[in-house]
Design a protein. Structure first.
Length: 260
């Protein structure tokens, strides 16, 4: 069992429990449920920087990244920096996040919010909407084509954007469908945790132009982004680079200044 298999096994148990605790009707009555979501895909396609900045306390590959920051401060700092969107980790066991982080980020900023989660059930998409997310992430490595179709179409019916993440050509080929907005290439090998931008470069030509291309993992320098832009990438998810500093917003501001 690799780390992703473990996370997904735990996620099935967690979602079953959450469904018992909070009924669907209660999620649908959230004050945020009727809110119109801004489009991250649109923001990326017209942006000069394409930065999606992340809030992440820890990860299985890096252990602790930063436990000292207030998520509202991070969100408002990112918004002031001019990022296109913010990714909020909501997995508790492996990443130290929660749905409350999403709620607090929503209260502090207007920018598009991505619920970064291991989505396996439409219930989690209802949660994303109820807690103020504008975008959901689907991971091709853990979903069948039919599951991707069901989950992405459900998200679209709620007015959410869909970012689908792939690691290789096989995942990409099974996943392309009209109910996606963005295709993200994760440069991290799930088995070895090694990171290579060559993954994004080699898959770029296989991604149809209808989708906004996003590169994820291992992007910590201006040089990396400049190397990927000629391959048609419009979005760049930056996870640890800003979060490992004392002031992620200031760090993002400086980064974007140098980039554009």
């Amino acid at each position: 069992m690799n780390i992703l298999d473990k996370i997904i096994a735990d996620k099935y148990k967690e979602v079953a429990l959450r469904k018992q605790l909070i009924p669907v009707k209660q999620l649908e009555q959230s004050v945020l449920f009727e809110r119109k979501s801004p489009s991250l895909a649109q923001a990326l396609s017209t942006s000069g920087s394409g930065i999606i900045a992340e809030h992440k306390r820890r990860s299985p590959s890096k252990a602790t990244i930063n436990h000292n920051l207030n998520v509202q401060d991070v969100a408002s700092g990112y918004e002031q920096a001019g990022v296109c969107g913010m990714s909020v980790l909501t997995d508790g066991k492996y990443f130290g996040g929660s749905l409350d982080d999403l709620l607090l980020a929503r209260a502090a900023a207007q920018l598009p919010l991505l619920r970064k989660e291991f989505v396996i059930d439409t219930y989690q998409i209802l949660e994303a909407k109820a807690y103020g997310a504008d975008v959901i992430l689907l991971i091709a490595a853990v979903l069948t084509r039919d599951e991707i179709k069901t989950l992405s179409e459900f998200a679209k019916s709620l007015g959410l954007d869909v970012l689908l993440e792939v690691h290789n050509l096989e995942e990409l080929q099974k996943s392309v469908m009209p109910s996606l907005d963005m295709l993200g290439v994760n440069n991290r090998n799930l088995k070895t945790f090694e990171v290579s931008l060559e993954t994004s470069k080699s898959l770029s030509a296989e991604i149809p132009d209808d989708f906004v291309k996003v590169s994820e993992s291992g992007i910590s320098s201006i040089k990396a982004i400049k190397a990927l832009q000629p391959y048609g990438y419009k979005g760049f998810l930056i996870g640890e680079n800003f979060m490992k500093t004392d002031d992620p917003g200031a760090s993002a501001t400086e980064f974007i200044k140098q980039l554009i």
